[in-house]
Design a protein around this ligand. Structure first.
Ligand code: UD1
Length: 431
């Protein structure tokens, strides 16, 4: 199993290209199930989750072709992938595949909408709380689906097709909103989605569905209207830049000090996190090419944050911000409101010398002068990168174990950091 070894204490300077967003690419790839015509996605990140989803889609009969390198492509430029779900040969998504990535459960909606039936294993994914799917199933039921749970599988049927309806989410859910959008796009009649997620990845999915012929208005606001259409056609769509990856590197620079241009990053996708970063004493400047993050000399001021649905502070940056706060000059409070139990990084950060106390859904972080390198264990995707951030600023060696978590969501992490002066390497164990 691979490990990552970091020798801390190096400032970051240079350019980090921001990849396409994992959390947009996954639902966009799944949307290819909605049409027999080809869907071409540009700027798809090279990630383990993308490769796994390709396997899951192949199992349903989706063909794919990845464009080769083109003259002038930057190293590591996003991939262009053509998906074709001409013939869906299987509407079952088996446990062996779905249990490895929660987002693959979202195939349920397009399979049901196009084929009138689907059988999808209940999901797995990051161990950050219970993460139920009740709201996704509620959305489909509102559109006329009959749902049963049989031997760990969700069996959904709509033999005469889905029909438009009203979906009122009691809680903001990204996956629920993706599900509602994909199902309503091919339902008979109109659908109204209330308390929809406003995350940029939802807006990106809606833009792609519109390019495929769907009639959707209001995406990016809490109220979305969808007029169902009989069929969707092929389209070409570029995945939006990864705001979580951009925010992660911004926090790494704030942590180590230095001057880095996050190429392709967009401030509008993570304004709340950038504001928090600015309050820590880091300079954030929007430039034509992306976002410039600079911290020179000044200490890190303590800043309180509370996670919230977009446009609030993203839960997917909570662990990284906590990593930064471990070195602040004071006490900060970090409150997690989206997922229970998303504090598994706390005990690992403590191994590096961080002082963090948990009080319900709040972590109270008392900044320390120095962190000291140690072996640590990655527990989930975002938690693991918070350990990398802390390791970059810790004295001596930090080894992060179980880096397969990182590979799910961060493309060429070591290369991007090395190019900016970090001392970080991957150690592959034989066998
Ligand atoms: C997506 C993101 C994840 C991010 C999260 C919140 C992807 C692939 N994953 O996950 O990185 O952390 O949004 O921004 O895009 N809930 C229910 N019932 C449901 C569904 C959700 O109670 O049926 C709850 C969850 O337990 C959680 C909250 O709703 O407390 C938000 O979850 P949700 O937005 O659905 O997260 P995901 O779509 O799974």
């Amino acid at each position: 199993m691979d490990r990552i070894r970091i020798v801390g204490g190096h400032k970051l300077s240079g350019v980090i290209p921001v990849s396409g967003a994992k959390n947009a690419a996954l639902p966009l790839m799944i949307a290819s199930l909605l049409t027999p015509e080809p869907l071409t996605l540009e700027n798809v990140p090279r990630l383990a989750d993308v490769r796994l989803l390709i396997r899951i889609l192949e199992n349903h009969g989706v063909d794919h072709a990845i464009d080769g390198k083109r003259t002038g492509d930057a190293p590591g430029a996003g991939q262009t992938i053509h998906f074709s779900a001409k013939n869906i040969v299987d509407t079952v998504a088996p446990y062996e595949l779905v249990s490895r990535m929660r987002a693959s459960f979202w195939v349920l909606a397009p399979l049901l909408a196009r084929m009138g039936e689907a059988r999808v294993s209940l999901p797995g994914g990051c161990a950050i709380g219970t993460r139920p799917v009740d709201l996704l199933l509620m959305a489909l039921e509102r559109l006329g689906a009959e749902i049963d749970i049989e031997s760990g599988y969700v069996v959904a049927r709509a033999p005469k097709g889905l029909r438009g309806g009203e979906i009122d989410f009691p809680k903001v859910t990204v996956g629920g909103t993706h599900t509602a959008l994909m199902a309503a796009a091919l339902a008979h009649g109109d659908t109204l989605i209330r308390n929809a997620a406003c995350e940029p990845e939802v807006t990106d999915l809606a833009a792609c569905l519109i390019a495929m012929g769907a009639k959707i208005s209001g995406a990016g606001t809490p109220t979305i209207e969808v007029q169902g259409v009989a069929s969707l056609h092929g389209a070409r769509h570029a995945v939006l830049p990864d705001r979580i990856e951009a925010g992660t590197y911004a926090m790494a620079v704030a942590m180590t000090g230095g001057d880095v241009l996050l190429e392709g990053a967009r401030a509008d996708l993570l304004q709340n996190a950038l504001d928090a970063l600015a309050r820590t004493g880091t300079t954030v400047t929007a430039e034509d090419a992306g976002l410039r993050i600079v911290r020179n000399g000044a200490g890190i001021a303590p800043v309180d944050v509370t996670t919230a649905p977009f446009p609030g502070f993203p839960t997917d940056l909570q662990a990284q911000f906590m990593g930064l706060m471990t070195r602040s000059e004071g006490v900060s409070r970090i409150t997690e409101t989206i997922f229970e139990n998303r504090f598994m990084h706390v005990q690992e950060l403590a191994r590096l010398g961080a002082r963090i106390r948990l009080d319900g859904d709040t972590a109270i972080v008392e900044g320390v002068r120095r962190l000291k390198g140690a072996p640590v264990m990655a527990t989930d995707l975002r938690a693991s990168v918070s350990l990398v951030i802390a390791g970059l600023a810790a004295e001596g060696d930090t080894t992060v174990h179980r880096v397969y978590h990182l590979d799910r969501g961060f493309e060429r992490l070591e290369q991007k950091l090395v190019a900016c002066g970090a001392q970080i390497e991957r150690i592959s164990d034989p066998g």
